[in-house]
Design a protein around this ligand. Structure first.
Ligand code: GLY
Length: 564
């Protein structure tokens, strides 16, 4: 069998092949979608994307508008104090790239910065407050995308976000849950408490959150581009605010922050091309490993218990490798080719016992683990066929819980995505290896996995938040689509997850039948029900044969998907 997965080393060859594919595709398939669509985690952000598309913007302008608006209306998920990955497909030349706006460790950061004198991790230091924050990448990424790929001025695409910051948005029950969860951290920061709480308490529903300082900072970005955030008055406020709160940022950190255009990872599964995120995301590598393992099984026709067993065993092995080998590939050697190769998958497959679970402690490696409802995702397509899948984060809900005085910028706590002490769990119990140790200027490992799934006839644009469960949720979404499901099936499919350690299948209520659960236990699996469900997937689907675009927002969240 030929190697189904390869790193897209040569985008020009890939682009040419794709053009050929569509150029020669039979007359039953369409070259450009009949409609545009946006699916995001918040109605105001979806409206912002559609507004910009209606004004003549393309999918990339819409992506800038949606990202910036999510930064305002979902402060617990992403922000201009954070970062993300934007997976782009430009229709005119089939150019595909991942814009990496991931945060970096400050230049004064060092490997043991969160350890005490005895070498133990100091709890909370990489989670709450200014020392937990990496150098933000989202502002630079938005400027980059608008300038290189957009058709409208940056100021035009940022206008809906600035408006939302000034006019405010209404507190929902989801906002309340997130604010309650981070109440202590938010109370520690005067500016955070003033904006996100009411009299030091979680605000009531429908209370309006207005962010005039953030609106001013976004306006600086709109007026001055990159220099509106990484230089001048805003940068000075950021540095002095961070330093006075115990952080270690410098002007050099801000001036030297670089957006990186990364070659996408491309694989194949059941005649679908999978385009996904390379390191410093661990998502693409793990996804392709799991799909390669599953591609050798006729698992679609198997009873549910066999199918879940094989999928879980693929997850277990991919997550073991994630913990062992993945990190920022600009700093450490990541064996991407090996981990995503067919031969490697064949070896993993051979080690799977059809009747019994492999105890994770028989697969040597460091531990790893779950995540929550932080982070956000959106999917966009325009009528030219340009598309964006973007997953953005400030890490924990409300990030570090710290708003830099005078700027309205809520800082990320993405430093916790590093291994503070290789072998010791982070706030989610995540334990990594040397590959993800802290180093100055290094990007911390991520699970964010924006993905395209495409055949001659159909395309899906998808992704989700959810910490380390992101990758298995995207796997479920891919499998649902490849088996013929539509956008709604992608976002609603029941979810279960295994991540090597703890050695347990986490599953949503109702995701597995009672018979399947009993049979899985007989095979040696342990099960844990996660009652609240997990993830908030946003999907856009283009049926090229009928030329119909559809979109769906996860019913577990409060997002909106719209086709126009
Ligand atoms: N902070 C979540 C992630 O990057 O995976």
């Amino acid at each position: 069998m030929r190697n189904p997965i390869h790193l897209s080393k040569c985008l020009t060859v890939y682009a040419a092949a794709t053009l050929l594919l569509f150029g020669c595709s039979n007359s039953l398939t369409s070259r450009a979608p009949s409609q545009a669509a946006v699916a995001s985690a918040h109605p105001t952000a979806t409206a912002a994307g559609l507004e910009v598309l209606s004004a003549g913007g393309n999918a990339f302008d819409a992506a800038v508008a949606v990202s910036a608006t999510l930064a305002v209306v979902e402060p617990y998920s992403s922000g201009i104090g954070g970062g993300g990955f934007w997976l782009l497909h430009r229709a005119r030349d089939a150019h595909q790239v991942m814009v990496d706006g991931r945060e970096t460790a400050p230049l004064a950061a060092h490997r043991d910065m969160y350890l005490d004198e005895a070498g133990a991790v100091r709890p909370g230091l990489s989670v709450d407050g200014a020392l937990a924050a990496g150098i933000p990448g989202e502002p630079a990424a938005l400027v980059h995308i608008a300038k290189k790929y957009g058709e409208l001025p940056l100021a035009h695409s940022l206008a809906p976000a600035i408006r939302a910051a000034r006019d405010g948005f209404a507190v929902t029950t989801h906002y309340q849950r997130m604010a309650k969860f981070r109440l202590q951290a938010l109370r520690q920061s005067a500016d955070a408490a003033a904006v996100f709480l009411k009299d030091g308490q979680v605000p009531p529903t429908d209370f309006m959150i207005r962010q005039s300082a953030l609106a001013d900072t976004l306006q600086q970005l709109a007026d001055k581009g990159r220099d509106g955030f990484y230089a001048g008055a805003v940068a000075e406020q950021l540095i002095s605010g961070v330093k006075s709160a115990g952080g270690i940022w410098s002007q050099k950190d801000l001036s030297s922050y670089k957006v990186i255009e990364r070659e996408v990872l491309v694989g194949e599964f059941r005649n679908y091309r999978i385009t996904t995120a390379p390191p410093p995301s661990s998502g693409g590598v793990a996804l392709l490993t799991m799909l390669n393992v599953l591609s050798g099984f006729e698992f679609e026709s198997l009873p549910e218990v066999e199918r879940v067993h094989l999928t879980v065993e693929a997850m277990r092995r991919a997550y073991r490798d994630r913990a062992q080998y993945l990190g920022d590939s600009d700093f450490v050697e990541v064996p991407v080719q090996l981990l995503t190769s067919a031969d490697y998958a064949a070896g993993l497959r051979a080690g799977i016992h059809p009747q019994s679970a492999t105890p994770s402690d028989l697969l040597p490696g460091p531990q790893t683990i779950p995540g929550g409802q932080h982070t956000t995702h959106f999917s966009v397509i325009d009528r030219q066929g340009n598309r964006v899948a973007a997953t953005l984060s400030i890490n924990y809900p409300f990030g570090a819980g710290f708003v830099v005085p005078g700027t309205g910028v809520l800082l990320n706590d993405e430093m916790d995505d590093f291994s503070a002490k290789p072998g010791t769990p982070n706030v989610y119990g995540l334990v990594g290896a040397e590959a993800n140790a802290i180093a100055p200027g290094k990007r911390m490992l991520s699970s964010m996995s924006p993905t395209f799934v495409e055949s001659d006839e159909r395309l899906a644009i998808l992704g989700t938040p959810g910490g380390s469960r992101i990758i298995t949720m995207v796997l479920h979404g891919i499998l649902a689509f490849v088996e013929g499901g539509d956008a709604t099936a992608i976002v609603t499919t029941p979810r279960y997850h295994h991540q090597y350690l703890p050695d347990v299948i986490q599953h949503e209520t109702g995701a597995l039948s009672n018979d399947t659960k009993a049979d899985l236990q007989l095979k040696g699996h342990q099960l844990k029900e996660v009652e609240s469900g997990f993830g908030n997937m946003q999907a856009v689907v283009w049926d090229k044969t009928r030329n119909v675009v559809s979109a769906a927002s996860d019913p577990r969240g409060e997002g909106v998907a719209q086709v126009k």
